[in-house]
Design a binder for this molecule. Structure first.
Ligand SMILES: [Cu+2]
Length: 108
């Protein structure tokens, strides 16, 4: 019982959601942000390049990361997700930073 309390206390003081700089062009912060938590956004699919595993989204502001609304590319690791990434469609998507890229991990 006591161990559980101590564990919870330790979790409570961990920083919640690090304010990642929102760099799209000069992607040089990979080392600093090696482990990124999953984030969620809402955006419209502008274009899809299945061969390259890329999707371009115009996303709404993402408060958890301090991102403004913008159009940007995301990588898509799981090809099955392309079934939900239809051009012109508005989607809610989960993503995380992996190395120097933002990778979509879920779509609905
Ligand atoms: Cu963005």
């Amino acid at each position: 019982m006591k161990r559980t309390v101590i564990l919870l206390a330790a979790l409570a003081i961990l920083p919640v959601g690090n304010a990642l700089a929102h760099e799209h062009e000069g992607m040089d912060m990979g080392a600093m942000n090696a482990q990124a938590a999953s984030s969620e956004g809402v955006g419209v699919v502008d274009s899809v390049d299945q061969a390259k595993g890329l999707v371009t989204l115009s996303h709404e502001p993402i408060a958890s990361l301090g991102w403004p609304a913008m159009t940007m590319d995301f990588s898509v690791a799981d090809k099955a997700l392309f079934g939900k990434l239809v051009k012109g469609k508005k989607v809610r998507f989960q993503f995380s930073k992996q190395r120097n890229r933002y990778v979509i991990t879920g779509v609905r």
